[in-house]
Write a protein that binds this ligand. Sequence first.
Ligand SMILES: [Zn+2]
Length: 273
Amino acid sequence: MEKLALVAQALSDYDYVRFYEPKDLDVALLKTLHEAHYVEAFLTGEPRKLATIQGFKPWNVKLRDAVLAVNAGQLQAAELAFEHGLAANIAQGFHHATPDFGCAYCTFNGLALIAQQFPDKRIFVLDCDQHGGNGTAEFVLKLPNLYNFSIYGQAFGCASYERAETRYIHPTQGNFHDYQQAIHEGFAAAQAWGADLIIYQAGMDCHQDDPHGSAWFSTDLIEQREQLVFRLGKNSQIPLLFVLAGGYQKLEKLIPLHVRTFEIAQAIYYPHE
Ligand SMILES: [Zn+2]
């Protein structure tokens, strides 16, 4: 979580980035998305075991409010993407959070949250985090307007269902050609389904220097991935919202990777500005 403020700080140097303060989040929405008892536990801190089941220990008010602000930002970013065609939330998608409770530092699933908030919109998640989006895949069973397309090197129990696809690219034996192919298949699926919004999880934990990374995934290939995603996104004319997703190497190496996503998005969507 500590990378988020540093990415925002780095982006404040760019005059093409416009910042928005998130509005307040209606917690009633969270209670319809996740099991209400779990949401209440996280909001109050009790029972402690359930409130901290995602791994944030000890529970505290500051962390709770940060999680709520991040999810409010997610909804606001979706609105901005519908309005402008491109927007970002400087946050993760929290794709491991399942309908019943959080998991692996993901408290509420910010990807499913958008599908819950906009039931008349078809929400397509292109998840390029190194870990499978297991929580989002489970939400697909609950939300008919949600589609999860997860490209990963570590499965993390991510299931395949109708509207929940998985592409496994091996961390050592895999290659970028297969990864590119998976991205093309993702966009083809989004278009065939008639998606109204694509949420791109621009994970950096697949980078070769990340403790979870794939050996072949160099900085140059990460840049090529961003170029491909934003080019296909722009060509599709489907509004696109991107979030940072995972990334666990040293902050001085990690922040420039995340900032690069914004630079490439800007260069492709607004080449003349
Ligand atoms: Zn990850």
